[in-house]
Write a protein that binds this ligand. Structure first.
Ligand code: ADP
Length: 156
């Protein structure tokens, strides 16, 4: 039987407990989840690619079903390159849904890649990387929103 593999794509700037919740709850559905940092040259990040990758590696180091990768370009092309038939995404609210809907429909129709959505746990739906970045930018304590592996950004 072929390996049932999903890609969980994102910026992970930085990884949060919201991401960890989605990945852990989706694990029983797949043989392998590739957590993949999509790098966009036009985008500014608070943590470097190496730092973000390091946080992911440390967070999931004891789980052999979770692999870490980085990519540029289309997510569906990356999925093909690693033999993944599924994209995993988290949904926090209706805003996430309306953003994800047409992307998922396009990926299914033109690339044959199905998206699987997991709804965030009630206690985690307020967590976002952008809120963590706002707190970090202002020197606040964001440790309750992220896994232990995430350190303060170098430049703040
Ligand atoms: P992107 O830049 O693609 O939005 P993110 O790193 O912000 O990437 O998020 C990656 C995925 O994780 C997305 O599917 C997003 O909806 C989901 N996600 C982010 N935070 C949470 C959360 N608190 N609960 C559930 N899903 C989340």
């Amino acid at each position: 039987m072929s390996t049932r593999r999903a890609v969980f794509p994102g910026s992970f700037d930085p990884i949060t407990l919201g991401h960890v919740d989605i990945i852990e709850r989706a694990l029983p559905l797949f043989d392998e989840i590739v957590v993949a940092i999509g790098e966009n040259a036009a985008k500014k990040y608070m943590w470097s690619l190496d730092e973000r990758k390091g946080f992911l590696e440390k967070t999931f180091s004891d789980n052999p079903k979770i692999k870490i990768a980085t990519y540029t370009g289309l997510t569906v092309e990356f999925c093909r390159s690693v033999g993944a038939e599924f994209i995993l995404r988290g949904l926090r609210n209706a805003l996430d849904f309306s953003y994800e809907k047409s992307i998922a429909q396009t990926n299914a129709k033109y690339a044959g890649i199905e998206s699987i959505f997991v709804i965030s746990s009630p206690g985690d739906s307020h967590i976002s990387s952008s809120i963590v970045r706002d707190i970090a930018r202002n020197g606040g304590d964001f440790s309750s929103l992220v896994p232990n592996s995430v350190s303060k950004p170098a430049s703040h």
